[in-house]
Design a protein around this ligand. Structure first.
Ligand SMILES: Nc1ncnc2c1ncn2[C@@H]1O[C@H](COP(=O)(O)OP(=O)(O)OP(=O)(O)O)[C@@H](O)[C@H]1O
Length: 271
């Protein structure tokens, strides 16, 4: 891995008949049905679906953190384990933990060091400002709220300008106003980098505000119910949520979710 790897093209990621069954004491749990999906290079895709349907498992399979029971995940036609080496992979999960003894600035800067990239204090500070943590650069995680920690974790993901960015409910612990601001601002950043981004969210509005494409998954085991292109102009802002095209998309995504619910499972709110 070299300092210039962020200039490599973002990968196209393909799931080919990927399935995952967990084998536990209580018997097998099918989390992901054989699923074939292509995530186009440089695009942002939202995964939505009922709670427990297998969204995080699918993301972990793409990250190479879980081994599929069958099928394969390819990045630019190569096994997914190559993703990290070739394009740079950043993963932000709900439980992404910051190192408690490092400051906000120290945690973000460490990501550059681990990726063997040169130090870049101005870039670190720009990201800190973007996620609304200016003034908290020298605080340690224990001195921050849960939402602030989450914002620091997002900045840590972005600082290496990864080719592939995987985010699991990245704004889950953030208040509504900050959440809306992040949903508006962060895509501009990863779009500028030309990153292939895949994120899980429970919010239909957030999915449409951020993504180029929304993939609706069924109740467990996850299978693809709908792939909906979001062709709204960019940059997008919260003001768009009241427009007719935006509302039409909410109806379309929600209808696919309701169809899925008819097959069983826990509904998610069409926020
Ligand atoms: N390591 C594991 N071992 C056993 N079962 C697991 C494991 N990881 C996930 N599961 C099961 O797989 C199913 C899908 O879980 P997953 O976390 O992928 O769902 P999700 O859609 O992300 O849920 P949520 O929206 O509530 O976060 C669940 O029934 C869960 O209990």
């Amino acid at each position: 891995m070299t300092a210039d790897r962020a200039h490599l093209a973002p990968p196209e990621v393909a799931c080919r008949s990927v399935a995952k069954t967990f084998f536990g004491a209580g018997g097998p749990i099918e989390a992901v049905d054989p699923t074939s999906l292509t995530f186009r290079a440089g695009e942002t895709t939202a995964l939505v679906g009922p709670s427990g349907c297998g969204k995080s498992t699918l993301l972990r399979l793409i990250a190479g953190l879980e081994v599929p029971t069958s099928g394969e995940v390819l990045a630019d036609g190569l096994p997914s384990k190559e993703i990290r080496r070739r394009a740079g992979l950043a993963i932000g999960f709900q439980d992404s933990s910051l190192l408690p003894w490092r400051t906000v600035r120290g945690n973000i800067a460490l990501a550059l060091k681990l990726a063997r990239m040169p130090e870049d204090p101005p870039a670190v500070d720009r990201l800190i400002a973007l996620v609304g943590l200016s003034g908290f650069e020298d605080r340690r995680p224990a001195e921050l709220s849960g939402g602030m920690r989450q914002r620091a974790a997002i900045a840590r993901c972005l600082v290496t300008r990864p080719g592939l960015l995987l985010l699991d409910e990245p704004f889950g612990a953030v208040d509504e106003l900050t959440r809306r601001r992040l949903a508006e601002d962060l895509p501009r950043l990863w779009e500028a980098n030309g990153t292939t981004t895949i994120f899980v969210t429970h919010s239909v509005t957030e999915a449409i505000l951020i993504a180029d494409r929304v993939i609706v998954l069924s109740p467990r085991p996850a299978k693809v119910l709908a792939e909906i292109d979001v062709t709204l102009d960019r940059p997008r802002s919260g003001k768009m949520t009241g427009t007719e095209p935006f509302r039409d998309l909410i109806v379309e995504v929600s209808a696919a979710l309701v169809d899925g619910e008819a097959q069983g499972g826990v509904p998610i709110a069409a926020q």
